[in-house]
Design a protein around this ligand. Structure first.
Ligand SMILES: Cc1ncc(COP(=O)(O)O)c(C=O)c1O
Length: 382
């Protein structure tokens, strides 16, 4: 595998993976444009309150089959206010995967609680359900479970353990809106579920988030916390306006992304340098905000960091939106968190994960095939 000078690679990519330029995000969408124009025409774009947040709240509740939805300004804040809604605070401990979004660790600290790290399942990048029970300590009150990089956490089993041990669960579906896990929408299983509408997300308003819950009490506590003479973490009318048409298309787009992700993983199945995320089998349905591989895991690669860096550089030169995954928490000091299990897979994920960003996954079969060829070329070049 070699890294070529950028110009040469740019020329190659024009001939190869994306002759018309790499896929971009957000999508050009006439329904989003119409929603923006309608928000302009009725003045809702400039108001605190209007029809769009109300409609979007109702649509999200129906889509997820939950009673209560709180719209808010980001997925990061959604996790924090979910923890507050579940009464997590000082003296409490919250289980968290050793490889997860950095803001989730901070959200636990923000409410005054302490993270306790559990290793991930290397096949799914999600918390390893087999390690959870033994990780629970007397002060453990809750668990954050994220569906990451196209992997799905086994929510039915996790909720059974949580119920038996009296833990509250925040289910983080920021990377997997619309996914079906054990017969329910991702985000519906947890005592609180969270979504993100950030600028790169599958449902995007540039920024934004939501908390879903079946509990009127949790919902009310979140509302009281957010009330500072005004709704301190609000989503705007304009953001809700553009999210409505995207939610209506989410299932259809997720199905296309799922088909293309599966095809890409299959086309690269014999590439030994890359170990893909295990794509959930029907009736589960994954949603792909990112599609993950480990680089060099099953390949006897000695310097995995270097192997990943040169793979990413070469992929980006081909126009592929491939980056390193999260940094994870396995190296965080035990002053800040408890290492509740060994964290070997979390450490490995932090060192070796690469993620493909989702826009490619809405492209044609031919384009996805060309992307697979480009990845193979990178890996096989001497
Ligand atoms: C798993 C996970 N949780 C939470 C978030 C936070 O979402 P936001 O960027 O809207 O704050 C992200 C963002 O990427 C995420 O990947």
């Amino acid at each position: 595998m070699v890294t070529r000078p950028p110009n040469e690679n740019a020329r190659r990519s024009a001939d190869a993976a994306f002759p018309d330029g790499p896929p971009t995000w957000p999508l050009a969408d006439d329904d989003v444009r119409a929603a923006l124009e309608a928000a302009y025409a009725d003045g809702s774009w400039g108001r605190y309150h209007g029809p769009n947040c109300e409609r979007f709240t109702k649509s999200l509740a129906e889509f997820h089959d939950v009673d209560h939805v709180t719209l808010c300004c980001s997925g990061t804040i959604a996790v924090e206010i979910a923890l507050r809604g579940l009464r997590i605070g000082p003296g409490d401990e919250v289980l968290l995967a050793g490889y997860d979004f950095a803001g989730n660790f901070r959200a636990i600290e923000a409410v005054g609680a302490r993270p306790a790290l559990v290793d991930v399942d290397p096949a799914t990048w999600c918390v390893d359900v087999e390690r959870v029970e033994a990780a629970i300590a007397p002060e453990t009150r809750a668990m954050i479970v994220s569906h990451l990089h196209g992997g799905l956490a086994p929510m039915r089993r996790l909720m059974q353990i949580a119920a038996a041990r009296g833990l509250a669960v925040v289910e983080d579906a920021c990377q997997s809106p619309g996914a079906i896990v054990d017969g329910r929408r991702a985000g519906k299983w947890g005592d609180a579920g969270v979504l993100s509408f950030g600028g790169s997300k599958l449902l995007t308003a540039g920024r934004g988030g939501a908390v879903l819950t079946r509990s009127a009490e949790v919902h009310q506590r979140i509302k009281v916390f957010a009330e500072r003479g005004n709704d301190a973490f609000a989503l705007s009318e304009l953001q809700a306006a553009v999210l409505l048409p995207q939610l209506a298309k989410l299932d259809e787009r997720n199905a296309i992304r799922r088909r293309n992700a599966t095809s890409l993983v299959e086309q690269l199945a014999d590439v030994r340098l890359l170990t893909p995320v295990a794509i959930a089998a029907p009736p589960n349905e994954a949603a792909f905000y990112k599609l993950a591989w480990l680089v060099g895991d099953a390949h006897g690669v000695v310097d995995r960091t270097a192997a990943r860096e040169s793979f990413i550089a070469a992929a980006q030169c081909e126009g592929l939106a491939i980056d390193a995954g999260f940094r994870g928490f396995a190296t965080r000091s035990t002053r800040r968190c408890r290492h509740a299990t060994t964290l070997d897979h979390s450490r490995r994920a932090a060192e070796s994960t690469v993620v493909l960003h989702h826009p490619l996954l809405l492209e044609s079969t031919e384009t996805v095939g060309r992307a697979a060829d480009a990845i193979r070329r990178i890996v096989e070049s001497p």
